[in-house]
Design a binder for this molecule. Structure first.
Ligand code: GTP
Ligand code: MG
Length: 652
C-alpha cells in the first residue's frame, strides 16, 4: 500500500529531531572534551535538547456529534492497526474531549478524569499535572484487538440529580435543548476528559490528536475554546456530506474556529461520508456535480475558500487501508486530505520552532567562537610580550615579572567588582521574578473569584473579570519596565568593562514581552465577545458556565505568567554569563602571563620552551576554530535557511 503522506511527515519530523539532538550531543561532548563548555554553554545545550524532546504536533478534530471525527482519526492516523483503534459508531460515542498521545511517564491505557471535578475551580491543565485523581483502564498491548473495547468508557454516561448537573454546569432548564428530566435526574457524561495513552509510532514521534465531542460538551468546557483548540497546530473541522452545514455545525464553527483566532491556513474542512452519495445507478458526472455543489455551499456558509474543503469517506478510507484496496482508497478521497494536512503542518508551527532553535544554536556557536577568539588574542599578546622582552637584562625581567604579578592581583579586584555588580543585577532580577510569580496570580484569581461570588448583579460579575484582566496587563507592563531597567543596567556594566578592559562579548538581547501581551489581549478579546452584550451578561452571569469561563480564563492568564516567569528566570541566568566568562578568561591569561614572566626572570630566557608551548596552544586553538566551523556547517544542514527540511530525503 502507498506510503501515507502523514506517516512520511512524522517520520521526517522525528528523524529531524533525532539528527538535530545527535548533532547537539556531538557538539556538547566535543566542547566538554576541549574544556570549552562552561555553565552557560551546558545550560543552553540542555535547554535546546529539552525543547526538542518536548516538541509535539497537535491536530484538533472538531465537529458536531456523529460527523465521523473518530472514524476519520482512525483512517488518517491508525489504519496500520489493522482494525478500528478508537471506538466509533452510531449514536454519541465520544462523550468527553479525548487527547490521543503517547506519554511514557504514565502507563499505556485510557486515563479518565471524573465529571465531578467540574465542581472544583481548577482548570483542566492543572489536573494534568497530577494523575492521582484520574481513573485508568490499562491497555493489553499484547492483544491490540482489545483496545477499542477498553475505550468503551468514553461513551459512558450517568444519571444525576438535576441540582448536581446544575452544579457541574451541565444542565440549564431554560435552554431550548435541555436534557429530559427523568425522576428528578438527568443524563450527563461520566467523564470530563480522557487521555488515550498509546505507544503508536506516530504518537511516539510527537503527534497529539484532540478528539472533541459535539457542541453540547464543547460549550461546557471553555478551556477547549480558550486554549486547547486555538493552540493546536492544525484544526480539522468535520461536516457530513449528507447534511451539509447544519445550524449546530455553524454554531461550533463560530465558537471554536471563526472567533477563536485560528488562522485560516491552520484549518481544513472534511466533508465526510461522501459514500452515502455513491449511487452506481447514476452517472459519475452527476455525483461529481453534487459534491462540487456541497463544497460550494459549505464554503459560502463557512466563509472559507473551496480549496480548503475536502470531500472524503472516512469509513471507506479506513476499510480500504485495512484491506489494502487501492481503488476503494482512491474513491474514499482520503489521500488529498491527508496530503493537505501533511503540507499544512510544517508550514506553520514547525517553521516557527525551527527559527527559534536556529537563533539559539547560532547564539551558542557565537559565544564559543568569541571565547576562542579571546583565548587566541591572549596568546598573541603573550607571544608579542615575550618577543619584546628578548635580550633584556635579568634585572629588567625581574622588575617586569613583579609588575605582571601586580597587574594580576589588581585584576582580582576587578573581578570582585564584577561580582558585586552582578549581585545588584541579581537583586533587580528577584524583583522581576516576584512580579511574575504565578503564586501571586493564584491570589489575584482567588480575589477576583470572591468578588464575583459576592456580586449581586451580573454586571458586577463581569466587571470583576475585566478588573482581573486589567490587573494582569498592568502587572505584565510593570514586569516589562523592570526587565528594561535590568537590561539597561547590564548594558552599562558591559560597556564599562568593554571600555576599561577591551572586552568584546555583547550584552544578551532584551527579554521580549510581545508574545505574552498578545496572548493576554486575545483572552481579553474573547472575554469581550462572550460577555460584551447585555443580553448575554444577564443570561450567563453567576451561572456555572460563567464560573467555568472565568476559571479557564484565569488558568490561561496564570499560564502566561508561568511561561513569562520561566523565561525571565532563564534570561536572568544568561544575562551576565558572557561577561563572566570573559573575566574568567582574562584571569586565566593574567595568571599564565605571570608564570611566563616569572620563568623568564628566573632563567633569563624569553624564548625556547615557552614559545614552543605557546605555538602548540595556538595550533590547538586554530584546530578548535576549524572544528567549530565544521559543526556550524553540519548544523546548517539540519537547520537550513530555507523551508526545505521536510522535503523528501532532506531529513533522512
Ligand atoms: N457512511 C459513512 N458513515 C460514516 C463515515 N464516517 C463515520 N461514519 C459513521 O458515522 C457514525 C459516527 O461516527 P463517529 O466516528 O463515531 O463520529 P464522531 O464524530 O466521532 O461521533 P461522536 O464521537 O459521537 O461525537 C458511525 O456510525 C460511523 O460508522 C463515513 O465516511 N461514511
Ligand atoms: Mg467520536
Amino acid at each position: 500500500m502507498q506510503h501515507a503522506p502523514l506517516d512520511n511527515l512524522f517520520q521526517q519530523f522525528f528523524n529531524w529531531r533525532v539528527k538535530l539532538s545527535q548533532e547537539l550531543h556531538f557538539l556538547h561532548s566535543w566542547l566538554r572534551e576541549q574544556k570549552l563548555a562552561n555553565i552557560a554553554v551546558n545550560e543552553k545545550i540542555a535547554r535546546l535538547l529539552a525543547t526538542l524532546e518536548q516538541e509535539k504536533i497537535t491536530v484538533a478534530v472538531v465537529a458536531e456529534f456523529s460527523r465521523g471525527k473518530t472514524e476519520l482519526i482512525n483512517a488518517l492516523f491508525f489504519a496500520d492497526h489493522g482494525k478500528r483503534l478508537l471506538p466509533s459508531g452510531a449514536g454519541t460515542t465520544t462523550m468527553c474531549p479525548t487527547e490521543i498521545l503517547y506519554e511514557d511517564s504514565i502507563p499505556p491505557g485510557l486515563h479518565l478524569l471524573p465529571i465531578d471535578t467540574r465542581a472544583n475551580p481548577q482548570a483542566l491543565h492543572e489536573y494534568k499535572k497530577n494523575w492521582n485523581g484520574w481513573a485508568a483502564v490499562p491497555f493489553d498491548l499484547d492483544r491490540p484487538e482489545t483496545i477499542s473495547d477498553a475505550c468503551k468508557p468514553l461513551a459512558e454516561t450517568i444519571m444525576v440529580p438535576v441540582e448536581t448537573a446544575e452544579l457541574y454546569g451541565l444542565y440549564d432548564s431554560k435552554a431550548d435543548d435541555a436534557t429530559p428530566v427523568i425522576d428528578g435526574k438527568v443524563e450527563i457524561p461520566r467523564w470530563r476528559h480522557a487521555v488515550f495513552n498509546f505507544p503508536h509510532p506516530l504518537l511516539k514521534q510527537g503527534l497529539v490528536i484532540i478528539d472533541t465531542p459535539g457542541l453540547n460538551a464543547i460549550g461546557t468546557e471553555p478551556e477547549l475554546t480558550l486554549s486547547t483548540i486555538p493552540n493546536a497546530h492544525a484544526v480539522l473541522f468535520v461536516l457530513g456530506a449528507d447534511t451539509g452545514v447544519t445550524k449546530s455545525d455553524r454554531a461550533i464553527w463560530l465558537e471554536c474556529i471563526a472567533t477563536a483566532g485560528i488562522p485560516r491556513h491552520n484549518c481544513l474542512v472534511a466533508l465526510n461520508k461522501i459514500d452515502t452519495m455513491w449511487d452506481d445507478m447514476r452517472p459519475a458526472a452527476d455525483y461529481d456535480a453534487d459534491i462540487a455543489q456541497q463544497i460550494k455551499k459549505s464554503a459560502q456558509t463557512l466563509g472559507l475558500p473551496e480549496e480548503r474543503i475536502f470531500p472524503v469517506s472516512a469509513q471507506k478510507g479506513l476499510i480500504a487501508r485495512v484491506q489494502h484496496n487501492l481503488p476503494l482508497l482512491e474513491r474514499s478521497r482520503l489521500l488529498p486530505l491527508e496530503k493537505a494536512l501533511a503540507e499544512e503542518l510544517p508550514q506553520t508551527h514547525l517553521d516557527t520552532m525551527r527559527h527559534a532553535l536556529k537563533a539559539d544554536v547560532a547564539d551558542l556557536l557565537r559565544r564559543v567562537e568569541l571565547d576562542l577568539d579571546a583565548r587566541r588574542e591572549n596568546n598573541v599578546q603573550r607571544q608579542k610580550e615575550l618577543a619584546a622582552l628578548q635580550g633584556k637584562s635579568r634585572e629588567f625581567l625581574n622588575a617586569y615579572a613583579h609588575q605582571a604579578a601586580g597587574t594580576r592581583e589588581a585584576f582580582e579586584s576587578v573581578s570582585g567588582r564584577l561580582d558585586k555588580l552582578q549581585a545588584v543585577v541579581a537583586r533587580h532580577g528577584y524583583g522581576l521574578l516576584n512580579t511574575l510569580d504565578p503564586k501571586l496570580w493564584h491570589m489575584q484569581v482567588n480575589a477576583a473569584r470572591t468578588k464575583m461570588q459576592s456580586s449581586f448583579f451580573s454586571k458586577g460579575v463581569v466587571d470583576a473579570m475585566h478588573e482581573f484582566m486589567a490587573n494582569t496587563k498592568a502587572n505584565l507592563a510593570a514586569a516589562r519596565t523592570q526587565s528594561e531597567e535590568i537590561h539597561g543596567l547590564a548594558d552599562a556594566i558591559y560597556k564599562r568593562f568593554m571600555d576599561e578592559h577591551g572586552f568584546k562579548q555583547p550584552v544578551p538581547a532584551r527579554l521580549t514581552f510581545e508574545r505574552y501581551f498578545a496572548e493576554l489581549l486575545w483572552l481579553e478579546k474573547k472575554l469581550d465577545e462572550r460577555f460584551g452584550s447585555l443580553f448575554r451578561v444577564i443570561t450567563s452571569a453567576k451561572s456555572t458556565y460563567t464560573k467555568k469561563y472565568f476559571d479557564a480564563l484565569a488558568g490561561n492568564a496564570v499560564q502566561i505568567f508561568q511561561t513569562a516567569h520561566t523565561d525571565a528566570g532563564l534570561w536572568m541566568k544568561d544575562l551576565m554569563q558572557p561577561l563572566q566568562t570573559e573575566v574568567m578568561g582574562r584571569r586565566v591569561w593574567l595568571a599564565q602571563r605571570e608564570s611566563d614572566l616569572a620563568v623568564a626572570a628566573q632563567t633569563g630566557q624569553t624564548a625556547g620552551e615557552q614559545f614552543l608551548n605557546l605555538g602548540a596552544e595556538m595550533h590547538n586553538l586554530h584546530g578548535q576554530k576549524t572544528r567549530l566551523a565544521e559543526f556550524r556547517e553540519r548544523l546548517k544542514v539540519v537547520l537550513p535557511e530555507h523551508n526545505v527540511w521536510w522535503d523528501e530525503g532532506e531529513a533522512a
